[in-house]
Write a protein that binds this ligand. Sequence first.
Ligand code: NAD
Ligand code: UDP
Length: 340
Amino acid sequence: MNILLTGGTGYIGSHTAVVLSQAGHEVVLLDNFCNSSPSVLERLEKILGKALPCIEADVRETDVVEKVLREYKIDAVIHFAGLKAVSESVANPVLYYANNVQGSISLLQAMQEVDVKTLVFSSSATVYGEPQYLPYDEDHPTKPMNPYGQSKLQVEEILRDLAASDSKWRITSLRYFNPVGAHESGLIGEEPNGIPNNLMPYVVKVASGELPHLNIFGDDYETLDGTGERDYIHVMDLAEGHMAALHFQNVNAGSNVVNLGTGKSSGVLEIVKAFENITGKVIPLQFAPRRAGDLPIYFAQTGLAKEQLHWVAKRNLIEMCESSWKFQELQGHVKGESEN
Ligand code: NAD
Ligand code: UDP
């Protein structure tokens, strides 16, 4: 298949590009590089042994997207392009609706025009909001707690209406849990700008000495060790989940929503311990107040992904930590070399 990945040079998009390309698909990337670097393209070329075409454009440039769909004879689109920082979405909701919702509408307009009607959409477990029960299954009520989550839910709803309007559409919204880790080569991984908000990239930077200590946001939750628990999923498992969704869509029209998680949750201290064991580094810790808006614990019901997509997450916490560290080490090495 010829597959367009919007936001394809980002964290999840780049790993998915590897999985799809190595499975024999023709992959085309489109990105405006607002949260990624063109150097990802060179690193993808090293992994794949060939360059992937990449168009520098904003997904809201409908005409450009339309042209790309025609020119590369695209069969299916995976729509990763979006902004994802929860606190930024609270501070600047218009930015988030403009990018995430308007961006998706622009893409859909282009797809409709060219009659490309197969889409996988990057949604998030954050659409569920306060758990009424756990694990979250796909029928759990949705009540996002911030504009970022709301923007994801709005796109899901547009996609549902679209599929109801025309039986040719094949759409899967994948609700990701907490993606972490990196490709085994250490060449691509998560590269947040500035000080990371998320746990794993923060731990990595403490281990490498770039940050002095990890703040643990809350130690009095009703969880095993009192810290917040999340369903961490290896980014390569997640990437494989996208290919599974495309395979499912090959034989099933309509729209559906599927969780991608492991079904297990881990506390902050468990992550720190695993990371220390693997790296041999000590992660200095400080306990800090709970972070505003944080939920104590959530994790995925994974039955639907298994049943429909024939997909389960295979990689464990150790592999998540090891690959994150390898990516960091290689980045440090590369930085060190270029500075000399
Ligand atoms: P990322 O920021 O690394 O990748 C997103 C990519 O999209 C970036 O390369 C960015 O430059 C590009 N982009 C953003 N807006 C664009 C636009 N208007 N036009 C063209 N390109 C644009 O993020 P990621 O972690 O790879 O996430 C990919 C998708 O998955 C996002 O939609 C995100 O909301 C969603 N998601 C991510 C997580 C997570 O924890 N990483 C969890 C749930 C859902
Ligand atoms: N966390 C923490 N210190 C940090 C970053 C995160 O203690 O510097 C905790 C956070 O409170 C949550 C868990 O780690 O319980 C995962 O946080 P992350 O931001 O990675 O994911 P999210 O909360 O968005 O699911």
